[in-house]
Each structure stands twice: as C-alpha cells, then as structure tokens.
Design a protein around this ligand. Structure first.
Ligand code: MSS
Length: 366
C-alpha cells in the first residue's frame, strides 16, 4: 500500500492496496479504488471505531450473541438465533462516516482527515426492528427515541457515559431499521459490527451501532457523551452540546471516482468521467458534472443497478478532453430538491461535508 501504516489484525483481510490506514481504528478507501460495480466489496469498506473492537471470538458463533431489548411492552433478551426466526429483510445502503470530507475544512477540525473514502454502498441483511418490537408487544408508551448500545468492554475507572458508544435516533427511524448479521452475503465481520449490528438506513455512520448489546426505546436521548455533545453540528470554536442538531440524516452528496490516479496525467481524447451519487436520507433525483470548475453543468447518465432510496448510484458522462487542466465537479440533487452546495457548511467538528467544490478534482490531460 505504498508506505502507509499496516492494517490492524482485526481488519487484516481488507484489500491493503485499496485502503489508506490512518490508524488502527480509521481505515479509508482510496478515491481511485471505488470501482464501477455500485456495491462496495467488504474488503474495500472503510472502518471507523471510536473504541477498540471487542475480541474476535465474539463472531465465532454469532447465534449465541444476546441482545437485551428494553422500552417495549415485554422487555427481554434475544439471541441472534432467536432473531433469525422473527423476520428477514435486506437493504442496500450507503454507510458513511459523519466526518467524511473533513480534510477540506480550513480550521483543521480534530479527528480523522477523511477525504471521500469513509463511505461505501453495501448490503446488510437481518431482521426488521419492527418485527422484533412486534414480537415483544410493541414500543412502550411515551418513547421518543431508539437507542443502541455497543458491546465494547469499557475501560475501568471512567464514567461509562464518557466513553460508551451509545446513540439515539428518533423513534420514526425504527421503520426502516434492521438488526443485521450479514454484510454483502457473508456473516457480518467483527470490523463491521458482527455478530449483530443496528442499521439505520439514511442516517450517518455513527448511528449504526456495532456489536449491539442493548436496544432500548427511550423517552430521552442517551446520556452518553457521544450523543450529548459529540456528533453535533455546531459553529467553529463553540463547544458541543444538546442544544445543537445531532448528526442524524445524511445529506445529498456525490464525487468523481474515475478516471483518477493521483499524479498521473490522462491521455487526451474521449473518456468517461464517472462517480457515485447519493440522495442521503432521500432518494436521488439527478446528478450533473462540470469540467470547468462549476461554471457550466451537464446532466450525467446513471449506469448499473438502482438499488433504492438508501443506495448510491453510479453515473458517467462522456467527454472529449484536449490537453489542459480541468477542474471536474459533480453535483447531485435528491427528490426533495436538495442540491449539494458549492461551499461546505462550516462546523466545528467537520461533519456532513457535501460541498461540490471540496469534492471536485483537477485532472491533467496531456
Ligand atoms: N459502533 C460501535 N459499537 N462502536 C463504534 O466505535 N463507530 C461508529 C459506527 N458504529 C462505532 C459504532 C462510527 S463513527 C462509524 S462512521 C461507523 O460505525 C463505521 O462503521 P464501519 O463498519 O465502516 O467501521 Mo463515524 O460517523
């Protein structure tokens, strides 16, 4: 992988040449390694852990993993084997870290300097949360949030709320949520939250709780720091708190993925510019491409499968480029009429970057 850090053991099966290893818990897909098949192979799916992952033996026999469910009429514990009897569904969706695109924020927010590769489009399979809730008599009265708790062992001597990975999303998100044990047709690997993960399609990565131990329907949002003050959208220089919006729904976005090879000019002539576009929380409507830094735009064509509201779509546009330098930008719009802005929306932690200018690339043609 050209001198980068080595893959950590729990993710040693990743495609090393396709990844940028920022740290043992933050691994990004290279822009030039997205491919054209719409689905991101598991070997190329980014990894982000807020805490070190649990020991690998938890995925040896996924069926025995148990989940506690609270805030329902009949609270209780269910194993993955039990869950497999309750219902089945699958969703193709974009999994994307809230900090994807952080590298372009000029105030240099702390955190991983992701560009485009903290995202992938993958298939998760499992049981609809709705079916689990129905089997347990329904959500208890007055509950406003769905709260998932990660299964990591917590360091001793610290307030659990300071470190615990526990996130709440609005109760409505339950409708499309899944408790998943499969990724892209194989058992969910530890790196992506096996044996069991809460999947909340259309919501930013952090809300998809890995190795989930507890699913609770709650009146209030989790008291954990990761809910109360982290993963909030607030002004540069301020302190995060619950008065600011939580990082929940994903915004519309897109970026060019090929042809692109850092430092390698392209030969002049006809070529296809291609990339991926996502509607975010809503379905996609269209995507445009500009070869002059956003002065003029042309609609691109979709290619490949349309895998629904939560998936991304591949697009391409044919161009004939003479020698020169071109700033290639892409701009997606969703079915709510939301279009990527030119400028990023500044915020202290560098979340939700969907600026088309930041995501643009310069191509040199010779
Ligand atoms: N879960 C848990 N349990 N833990 C941790 O750490 N992280 C987050 C999610 N979940 C975590 C969890 C985040 S933050 C993200 S992005 C995601 O996950 C990732 O995923 P993958 O599979 O890729 O690794 Mo940012 O917004």
């Amino acid at each position: 992988a050209g001198g980068g850090k080595a893959l950590p053991e729990y993710a040693a099966w990743k495609d090393a040449d396709a990844m940028i290893v920022h740290s043992a818990n933050t691994i990004e897909l290279r822009r030039e390694a997205f491919g054209h098949s719409t689905i991101t192979p598991s070997e190329r799916l980014y990894v982000r852990n807020n805490l070190n992952p649990p020991p690998a033996d938890i995925v040896k026999d996924p069926d025995v993993w148990s989940l506690e469910v609270a805030g329902v009429a009949k609270p209780g514990s269910l194993t993955v084997a039990d869950l497999k009897r309750l219902g089945l569904t699958a969703v193709t969706m974009v999994l994307q870290c809230s900090g994807n695109g952080r590298a372009w924020f000029p105030h240099k927010p702390s955190g991983t300097q992701w560009t485009v590769g903290a995202a992938g489009c993958v298939v998760f399979a499992g049981v609809p949360v709705r079916d689990v809730v129905a089997a347990l008599g329904g959500v208890a009265g007055g509950m406003k949030y769905m709260t998932g708790t990660g299964g990591e062992a917590l360091p001793e001597g610290v307030d659990p709320n300071m470190v615990r990975v526990e996130r709440s999303v609005p109760l409505e998100a339950m409708e499309d949520a899944i408790l998943a044990w499969e990724l892209n047709g194989a058992a969910l690997p530890l790196a992506h939250g096996g044996p069991l993960r809460l999947i909340v399609p259309g919501y930013m990565g952090v809300n998809n709780i890995k190795y989930i131990r507890r699913l609770a329907f709650t009146e209030a949002q989790s008291p954990a720091k990761i809910q109360q003050s982290s993963y909030r959208f607030y002004p540069v220089g301020e302190k995060g708190s619950d008065k600011y919006p939580s990082i929940w729904e994903m915004p519309v976005n897109s970026w060019l993925t090929s042809p692109y090879e850092p430092g390698k000019p392209l030969s002049a002539g006809r070529m296809l510019l291609s990339g991926v576009a996502l509607g975010g929380f809503h379905a996609l409507k269209g995507v445009e491409v500009s070869i002059d830094g956003g002065q003029t735009w042309q609609s691109a064509e979709w290619f490949g499968p349309d895998m629904g509201r939560y998936a991304w779509r591949s697009f391409a546009m044919s161009v004939d480029l003479k020698p020169g330098k071109y700033r290639i930008a892409t701009r997606a719009t969703n079915d709510q009429g939301e279009t990527q802005p030119k400028e990023r929306r500044e915020n202290n932690r560098g979340y939700n970057n969907n600026s088309w200018l930041d995501h643009s690339v310069e191509l040199e043609v010779v």
